[in-house]
Structures are given as C-alpha cells and as structure tokens.
Design a protein around this ligand. Structure first.
Ligand code: 26Q
Length: 813
C-alpha cells in the first residue's frame, strides 16, 4: 500500500476541522451556511492544508517554469481530494453533515483561463510535474474574465461574460509583496563613461504586475508546486496625480482601467488573432514579471555559492519552457535583464538564454504562426526590440553562406522579415530544444513548417507526444469505471498509468465486461440527464453515444460529421428498409466570436437537431444534441459516456489532439483520420480496435499540389446523395430554426472545399456504418473498448513529462 498524505486522522477529525473552519472563516455554524458557502469553506480548508503541507525533498535542485498564456485548470476540489487520498473520508464526512460532496463540487467555478487543447495541456503538465516530484511551476495570466460562456439562442452561439471570480476563488492567494514593475513604451537612452556604455529606459508606462498563487498538489501529496498568475494594476509611479488632485477623478480612473485592461480578458481566438496590441502587452507582462521573479530568487538562493559566476549557472538550476510562441519574448527579455541590470556580457547572456529556454510548437499551419508588425513592437518595447534586432543582425552575419540554397534558408529563418517580427523564429533561435506534440506533427515541422531550421540544426528537434491527466479524466471523471478498475487491478494505475495494461486480461472476462457495461450505462444516463436539463433534448441511453467535442474549426470538420447525419436522415426517408444503428450524435465546443464559418456550423448542427429530433419518422433512430458551453467540468461528464470518439480533421492539420486520448481512456472507440496522435493510438491499440478512414497526409499534399481537386465534380456526380446534402444547406430543408446556410455552401463551391469534406465523405460514412455494425456484437465491442483503456496508459501526461524531464530539462524523474 502506498503512503497516503495524512491530512485528517479520521472522518470525525475532518468534520471537526470543517466545522471550525466555518466559524473562523465566515463566523457562522456549518448548518447556517448555503451550499455555495459550504463549498467555499471546504475548498479553503483544503487549500490552506496544501499551502502548509510539508513535502519530501523534490528531485534535484533544478526547477522548471512552464510559461503559458493559458492554464485551463478546471475545477480543483475533487482532483485535490483524490491527490491527497482523502476523497472517501471527505465524502463520508460531508454525507454525515447532511450534504453530498457532489452537491458541493457542483458549486465550484470552472476557471476558463484557456481556449482549448494548449491551455488544458499546460494544466495536465502541472498535475504530472507535481505527481512526479519535479519542482515545476506554472507562470501565466490571471484573466479577470475567462473564455466567454457560450449560450445557444435560436441555434446560434451567443457569448456571455465569464465572471469566474463572482463567488471568490478560494484556491488563490494574492501576493502583493511579490509584485514587480513592468514598463511599456518610453525612450531608450545611451550612457557612456570612457570605454563603457550602457542603456536605460526612460519614461513610458510603468505597470504593477501582482501575482496570485494557486497551489498545485501532486498525487499522494508528494509535492506542492505553484501556479503563479499575474494581474495588471496601475503602479503608484504612474498614477495621474495631477488629474486626481484637480478632482478629475474620471481621468485618473480611466488610466486605472486602461492598465487593468491588460489582464481583463483572454483572447478567444485559438488560431492567432494577430496585431492586437493588448495581446502583445499580455505576452510581455507575464514574461517580464515571471523572469524578474525567477532571477530574483535565483540570485537569493545561489548568489553566495557562485559569486561573480552566478549567471553562468542559471541553466543548471532553472528551465524556462515556453508553451507555443506566446512567451517567445522570454529570450530577449532574459537577455535584457542580464545585460542591462546584471551587467552580463551580450554574448554570454545569449548563451545563458539559449541554455535555459526550450520551446513547444502546437501548430502545423504556417499561416497560424504568430507575427507582429515591427513598428508596433518597437514602439511598445523599444529596449527589448534592440536585443531582437541585434540577435537578428548577428544571425544574418554569421549565417553559413557556403550552403546550397542559403539565401532561401536565411529568408525562412531570420527573425525579422517583411516588416514583421516572426515569433516562431524568435522562439527557435533562443531555444536549445524545439518539440512538436505528436510523431506526425514533429515530422511535419521538420519537413515543412520549420524545415530550414531542421536542416541547419537537426539536433534541436525532438518529439514529445502529448498526454493527459489520467487521474482527472479517468479517476475523477468516471468514478464507476475507476472503481471497477481499482477493484480489478488495484490502485497502482493512479500513479503508474501503464498498469492499465493489466486490464487486457479482463477484456473477455464476463463479470468484468458486465460491470464495464454497467458503468458505461450509468455514465450515459448521467450525461443524458445533463443534456435534458441544459437543452431539453431527450436521449435514449440504448443508442450509441457518438461524440465530437472540441473547438469549432473548419479543419476539424464538424461539418463532415453533420453531412453524415444528413446522409443517414435522407437515406432513411428515401428507403424505409434502411435502418442505421440507433445513435445519439453529441457535439460540444465553442467558436471564436469573430469566426463566422465556425459559428455557422454550430447553427447548422442545431438546425439539423431541430429537424431530426422532431421528425417522428427517424427520431427513434437518430438524435442530435449540442451541449452548450464546453468546459472542463462539462467535458468530464461527456468523455465517460462516449462510445464513438470522432477525430476527423483532415490528415496533416491537427497537431496532436488530446480529446482523442481522453475518450479512448474512457473506453470509446476512435473513428478518425490518420492525423495527429490518432496515428499513435492506432499503433497502440491495433487496427482492429480503431476505425481509420480518409486520405493520408501524403495524399492530401499530393491532391493539393496536383491542383486538380474540383469539389464541384463530386457534387455534380452524385446529385442524389452527396449533392442533395449540399442542396439542403440552401433549399429550406434546414431553414426552419434560423434560415439557410449560404456561406457553408460557398465554402464548398466557391472556395473549392478547402477542408476536403466532400472528398472524404464516402469513406467516412462507410467507416461509420462498419463501426456501428460492429456495435451489434456487444462482447466484441466491450473487448475493443476495454482494450482501448488498457492501451491508454501511454497517453498519461506523466509519461510525457518524464520525457520532457529526461530529454529537454535534464531532470531525473
Ligand atoms: C495567438 C496569437 C494571438 C491570439 C491568440 C493566439 C492563440 C491562442 C491559442 C493561438 C493558438 C492557441 C491555441 C492553440 C491550441 O490549442 N492548439 C492545440 O494544442 C493542442 C495541445 O498540443 C493540440 O493537441 C492540438 O492539436 C492543437 O490544435
């Protein structure tokens, strides 16, 4: 039996402490409190335990700082109870006090401090670093409002503010005394004293960055790390005292709100909304504040030990990991602090920066790479820009001119080009490691997106296939299945996910299979209840639950899924002998406010739902549901209930995907293209336990390069079936709820179907029919589903973090 953290000696002890906390925090008795207050006190109690928790020494004396503009942490209470090993005690204690733990958990906010995959990955990494005993901390932004809340009105997405702090956030502690100043704008002034010269920044806008710390509790309470989120406030230095003294409070306060705007909102665009100055300010604020803090504590801890060689040892003790290019300014900012404030020589500072920084890329599409206009950049960050310019100049000057094609390579890899600062190039040049997030994706980076860099320095590149927190997405999210697994193979899998392999022995074990079906039925009922409550749509739990949940994007092809549903619908109406497997098609996800096409696809799904669900000729066989406001908490209800996992991006577009992993772990079978991490899922589970369809990456490339894909031909050739679906977008069939879908029609015809929806249509529908046919054999299905769980241990983020630690950060874990 593994050691469990001893926070409470018994249920009684927990109850006593909980009651006391109610009195000391809110000066009321437990019985007088509302559920929301009861939640608040319980979370505060656990948070205070976390902050004061004595932990074993962490591995080595090296710390990782994971810089990410997004940490999609989700609700924390249930996960922390699991990690502290006190879930049962607390559950029983709450029950005895007359509230169920589930009711308290339902009161918890779900901080939407991220857009999707990238932000959730950062949160899973924090969980795994703490579980492995790595001293690994998050550095990010405390957005006052998280990603918008999605409501559906008349089939359309409507965005509402996400006021996640409304009831307070008991996990955070404001650390005013750790605030730092960050400067924007102003002038750079050169000073000279004999041979020596140096630069200072004068004037500009000085902002106070205030940190809020959230404890990150590792499994079995091994480690408590820290997530530091920065908030922007006016610095007294800059307060408009003249306006204030003159009684012009409006002017004085406008200044305050301009500053606070920096940390007000998370940009809701997950594919680059370039050129917004506020976004650039966010990026610099958390980079500068984070680095200042790290260097300050490094100096304090090691100043004496290393003396005047201090900074040369930075990378022995500190790893700065940059999550995509959003923290790309880490390189030049680290140099700026070292050169301007610590008197380190320019070349040495560059060496130190590179040895300390590493970079993960999350996108293959060149047009999605982040760029900023030089003029904007220089005006906002004049001193930082000088470092970028100088590094770029030296890069050009020392570029090996003896290489074939050197001019092309130089033009691809320089930081400054065409009036823009290219953030991916900045990231690569300042990093000692560059990684992609799945084997396929890393291959594409090497062969195309970052090809010239790869040819120049192949040793920089490595793959780190993504992973997910299996404790949260199986342990917390799927309590019945998790319990069954523990009863069957013990609880070792919670710390070592590869132990899930032990389930292979039970794939055909009748009693295990029976219990698996029971757990799945319970999960499906729980989700059906939730969907009924939030949308009014009733789902029959005997249907197959076919799930596509992720951000809305053309490349992810939710449209292809809708076309399949329309096809089944049309065929059922045309031919009464055609009876597909009864299926509930479940969608969820948000579209960026400004992404018109994606929003139209959401409206289309709701229109198809309206037609199909209300048509008595088909609605015992087909149901469609759109679950509003996809977030970590609703995701935890969806994944466990899924039977089919839709992963249908066109091959070569999805860097990795992580919902594919969460769904397989919960025993869903993937219906997907050979894209992102689907490739690795396929390798692990074997071709008979996954359904792959559609063009492969090379075929997509060849089709595009050949220049003779003409979507209109596919439409003309099959007016009865595929053509009919396209016609239905505009002929009134789906218009009842809120009108036709001309822009989607245009995407297919005028834009020649960029995402190859028509091209992959037949192979997709055939694959779906084969897969649902297979569903008829309940034992065979269960075997494949359990096999998926058994093989999913590889996708624990514990494995991913071990690889980062070994190959990039050089930490034993
Ligand atoms: C950039 C500049 C300006 C404004 C916004 C942005 C921005 C914000 C978020 C750009 C990209 C993102 C998020 C990207 C993302 O989530 N990518 C996903 O990352 C996952 C984790 O690696 C992968 O599994 C997904 O395949 C990938 O799409």
């Amino acid at each position: 039996m593994q050691k469990k953290a001893q926070l409470f000696t018994s249920k009684e002890d927990f109850i006593n402490q909980y009651r006391e906390e109610c009195e000391s925090l809110l000066s009321k008795k437990y019985d007088e409190l509302q559920p929301q207050e009861r939640y608040y006190v319980l979370a505060s109690l656990i948070a205070s335990k976390a902050k004061n928790f004595k932990v074993d020494a962490k591995k080595g004396d090296k710390s990782v700082y994971y810089f990410s503009l997004e940490f999609l942490i989700g609700p924390l209470l249930d996960n922390y109870l699991l990690n502290f090993g006190i879930r049962d005690i607390v559950k029983e204690g709450c029950a005895e006090l007359g509230t169920t733990l589930d009711d308290l958990i339902a009161c918890e906010a779900d901080p939407g401090l991220g857009n999707g995959g990238l932000g959730r990955l950062a949160a899973c990494f924090l969980d795994s670093m703490a579980a492995l005993g790595i001293s690994g901390h998050g550095n990010g932004m405390r957005y006052r409002y998280g990603l918008f809340k999605q409501e559906i009105e008349g089939g359309r997405q409507v965005e509402k503010m996400d006021n996640w702090l409304e009831h307070g956030f008991p996990w955070e502690t404001r650390k005013n005394e750790s605030s730092v100043l960050v400067t924007f704008g102003g002038q750079v002034v050169r000073h000279q004293d004999g041979e020596r010269f140096w630069f200072t920044q004068e004037g500009g806008e000085v902002i106070k960055a205030v940190p809020y710390d959230v404890p990150i509790i590792g499994y079995e309470g091994k480690t408590v790390n820290n997530l530091r989120l920065w908030s922007a406030e006016p610095a007294e230095e800059n307060f408009d005292l003249d306006a204030f003294n003159a009684g012009d409070y409006a002017k004085a306060m406008k200044f305050r709100s301009d500053v606070e705007a920096i940390s007000q909102i998370l940009y809701p665009n997950d594919a680059g909304e370039h050129g917004r100055i506020l976004r650039l300010k966010q990026e610099y604020l958390f980079v500068s504040a984070g680095l200042q803090t790290i260097l300050r504590s490094f100096e304090k801890n090691y100043g004496e030990k290393y003396g005047d060689k201090l900074w040369e040892h930075l990378s022995d003790h500190v790893c700065i990991h940059t999550n995509d290019t959003h923290p790309a300014m880490c390189g030049p900012e680290l140099m700026r602090i070292l050169v301007d404030e610590k008197d380190v020589d320019f070349d040495l500072a560059f060496k130190i920066a590179r040895a300390t920084i590493s970079y993960t890329n999350h996108t293959v599409m060149p047009e999605a790479l982040e760029k900023w206009p030089i003029n904007t950049f220089r005006e906002l960050l004049p001193r930082l820009y000088m470092f970028i310019e100088e590094i770029d100049r030296r890069y050009r000057d020392t570029f090996p001119h003896d290489r074939d094609n050197w001019q092309e390579e130089l033009s691809q890899t320089a930081i400054l080009w065409d009036g823009q600062v290219r953030m991916a190039n900045l990231s690569v040049i300042f990093s000692h490691s560059v990684n992609g997030v799945s084997a396929l994706h890393t291959g594409i980076l090497e062969a195309s997106t970052l090809r010239s860099f790869y040819e120049l320095s192949p040793e920089l590149f490595n793959n780190k296939t993504n992973g997910i927190s299996h404790r949260r997405f199986l342990g917390n999210a799927n309590p019945k299945y998790a319990r069954l697994i523990c009863d069957t193979i013990g609880d070792g899998w919670l710390s070592d996910a590869t132990q899930l392999e032990k389930l292979e022995k039970y794939e055909e074990d009748p009693s295990f299979v029976e219990e698996f079906h029971k757990a799945k039925a319970w999960d499906k009922q729980r989700l059906a209840d939730y969907i009924k409550e939030t949308t009014g749509t009733a789902l029959d739990t005997n249907m197959v639950f076919d799930v596509q949940v992720k951000r809305f994007h053309a490349y992810k092809r939710q449209l292809l899924n809708v076309f399949k549903i329309l096809d089944l619908y049309n065929r059922m109406l045309a031919d009464s002998s055609f009876q597909p497997r009864p299926t509930a098609f479940i969608f969820s996800g948000k579209a960026a406010q400004s992404y018109d096409f994606a929003k139209e696809v959401i409206r289309l799904i709701n229109s198809v739902a309206d037609v199909v669900n209300n048509d008595a000729r088909v609605n015992q066989t087909l149901r469609v549901a759109f679950v509003p406001n996809f977030a970590v908490s609703s995701a935890q209800l969806v994944y466990p209930a899924a039977e089919i996992s839709e992963q249908i991006s066109w091959a070569g577009s999805e860097a990795s995907g992580t919902s594919n992993m969460k769904l397989m772990m919960n025993g869903a079978i993937t219906l997907g293209t050979y894209d992102g991490a689907n490739v690795e899922i396929c390798d692990l589970v074997g071709e008979e336990n996954i359904k792959i369809f559609g063009l492969r990456t090379e075929e997509v490339d060849a089709l595009r390069a050949g220049g003779n894909y003409w979507a209109r031909d596919l439409y003309d050739r099959d007016r009865q079936r595929l053509g009919r679906i396209v016609d239905e977008l505009v002929d009134g069939t789906l218009a009842h709820l809120s009108g036709n879908f001309n822009s989607i029609m245009d995407e297919l015809h005028v834009n020649n179907d960029h995402d190859l929806v028509l091209k992959d249509f037949y192979s997709y529908v055939d694959a779906w029919e084969e897969l649902t046919e297979f569903y008829g054999d309940r034992d065979a299905w269960a075997k494949a589903a359990i096999h998926n769980t058994a093989c999913s241990g590889y996708f624990s983020s514990d494995r991913t973090i071990r690889e980062y630690a070994r190959d990039i950060w050089h930490i034993d874990a």
